[in-house]
Design a protein around this ligand. Structure first.
Ligand SMILES: [Zn+2]
Length: 48
């Protein structure tokens, strides 16, 4: 079973259940994985 970790809050996401359950966002040319859109936005804000 493939486990993906949210890059903002480190929550574990079971990656092979549903690919739409995770939020991916390209930041600075690299794809990052998050548990939700909120984490993606927070991570992006923290970087800039
Ligand atoms: Zn998260």
């Amino acid at each position: 079973m493939k486990i993906i970790k949210c890059e903002h809050c480190s929550m574990e996401i079971p990656g092979d259940i549903c690919e739409f359950a995770v939020c991916t966002r390209a930041i600075a040319g690299k794809e990052h994985v998050f548990c939700c859109v909120k984490c993606a936005e927070r991570y992006e804000k923290r970087r800039s």
